[in-house]
Design a protein around this ligand. Sequence first.
Ligand SMILES: Nc1ncnc2c1ncn2[C@@H]1O[C@H](COP(=O)(O)OP(=O)(O)OP(=O)(O)O)[C@@H](O)[C@H]1O
Ligand SMILES: [Mg+2]
Length: 402
Amino acid sequence: MRVLLYTGKGGVGKTTAAAGTATLAALRGLRTLVLSTDAAHSLADTFEVPIGSGPTEVDDNLFVMQVDAQRRFEASWGEIQGYLLSVLDAAGVDPIAAEELTVLPGAEEILALLEVRDQARSGEWDVLVVDCAPTAETLRLLALPEALSWYMERVFPAERRLVRALRPVLTRAAGVPMPQDHVFDAVERLHADLDEVRAVLTGPDASVRLVLTPESVVVAEARRSLTTLSLYGYRVDGVVANRIFPSAGADAWRRQWVAAQSAILDEVSASFAPLAIWQSPYRSCEPVGVEELAAFGVSMYGAADPFAVSEGRPPVRLRRTDDGVHLVLDLPLAVREDVDLARHGEEIVVTVGSYRRVLALPQALRKCVVRGARLDDGALVVRFSQPQPEPQPGPELQESAT
Ligand SMILES: Nc1ncnc2c1ncn2[C@@H]1O[C@H](COP(=O)(O)OP(=O)(O)OP(=O)(O)O)[C@@H](O)[C@H]1O
Ligand SMILES: [Mg+2]
């Protein structure tokens, strides 16, 4: 099963590209579901049909779904939120303010992605197309379980045992209620859920496509998205350049636009190579309804097969060399000044600008010493010494990418 995610800046055509791709898949006889993580009901508008919270058939092999994020929110986050509310209540915070404080930013959207995992597991679909919210912020948030895994494996169970043993004393001493077992259960469940979502979305059958329009600001953001999505292990395999002016029959106004777009498209090709760049013309009307969307899909991909699994290496990989082991992390378009690397015990922390990924080292590397790191051809290469027989004592190692 193929999982295709479409993301990009606001208004560039994510929903249209996702819907057009899904329509094309269905026409090729693939059982297809397209769903949106966006709270706006734009898929219903795009297909011009009412859509329910379950898969709604809009054409042969083509199903559309609007995720009921509120229901998801209550099921997954409700108990944790309930506990936080009781703490804030004990601390004397006004209940309305408390309610606002306990709403995790982006939570609804993250939880909508749980639906993607469920649908991926259902075995019903050949192609699952996801219309993501702007800027891919949510996809970055999915790094949370990975970043917390050390805590969840080592500290959380002990903390849970401790709280269970000392709950009455702690509650009296702290003056706020200590979490009950079901709250710990909910935290564990949410952690595991999010980890599974990330596994589906970063798996070998999943690809992210960046949608952009040929405007400098939009392209700059798409470049940053490529770097950060790669940092978190997502496989970006193509770029949709949407709203390209056709050049035929040009008057002065159009000539100028065509020239400006063409200059930016050259920049897009140079930036994103070797990714596929699919160009989609500015159409004379809004592409809505199955027929228009199919035409949109055909003109966007031309002869290319957007459903083929893209060849490619895993975004994080190990390379053995004569003098040790290299850990290679793809970071296309990253610049050296923005990249930083630190080792903390069995993890390395890679920072690119304001984004950070905590990577648990594979077993084989845990006892190795970091010898150095450099950015090489769009990838961060971290050099480790040969595995040592004894654990390495001594202070934590702090390194900068060179
Ligand atoms: N190539 C195109 N030619 C003409 N109209 C287009 C084209 N692509 C998109 N549109 C229209 O532009 C509008 C915005 O497109 P769309 O809703 O797909 O963007 P979006 O990136 O999903 O926006 P949002 O960030 O609000 O979710 C829609 O009205 C859509 O029909
Ligand atoms: Mg949209």
